[in-house]
Design a protein around this ligand. Structure first.
Ligand code: FES
Length: 98
């Protein structure tokens, strides 16, 4: 869906995504950067308990909310920065819908 060009790959930084170190392009829109690496789920809906994905990529739908450096923030309005800690809490709802 989204691909980075070679210049962006050269300026990559290391972030922590759900406890794992990953490399993302510095300064890129976080939601787009995660899409580019195949990560399409942003969170688990607290009401439907279903996975959500960023939808509008312009700050309107709030489907990209995730914990970024300890705060709930919109990934589509956040630039990738070195050392960023992202937690989508994808496992928090295991068994809730069962
Ligand atoms: S993707 Fe819609 S607010 Fe971020």
């Amino acid at each position: 869906m989204f691909k980075t060009d070679s210049a962006e790959r050269q300026n990559s930084v290391t972030v922590t995504l759900d406890g794992k170190s990953v490399s993302l392009p510095a300064g890129m829109n976080l939601a787009a950067a995660l899409f580019a690496m195949g990560e399409t789920i942003s969170r688990i809906s607290p009401t439907s308990h279903q996975p959500c994905s960023p939808h509008c990529l312009m700050g309107v739908c709030f489907e990209c909310m995730m914990e970024i450096d300890g705060l709930q923030r919109q990934a589509c309005l956040t630039e990738v920065q070195d050392g960023m800690v992202i937690d989508r809490h994808l496992d928090d709802d295991k068994g809730a819908a069962a």
